[in-house]
Design a protein around this ligand. Sequence first.
Ligand code: SF4
Length: 108
Amino acid sequence: MIAVVEPELDDLSLGGAADLAGAGRAAEAPFQPVLIDVDRCKGCALCVAACPKGILALDETRVNVQGYHPVHLTNPEACTSDAHCARVCPDCVLIILARPRPARGVPA
Ligand code: SF4
């Protein structure tokens, strides 16, 4: 089952880290709509092919604990949280976060 998570405004820091291992409080970091469990990725690139925006790529500058080049998000701002990538990943590596919306009554 694929879930798109809509974080509460208090949980914005979760989106500040690209890797699950690094997910922590990072209030000033830009929102990251895709959380990647880097060490579970086997670099098959199914998600890269599935992304309609073309903003996923294998990171050839690093190798994970399995010896693969893991996927990374190249342009978080262009991500629409459509979760095409997470649907095709056979290893459930990706968690998709919906872009936070301002609270009611708060100007954007
Ligand atoms: S589909 Fe999953 S295992 Fe394959 S490259 Fe993407 S995140 Fe990694």
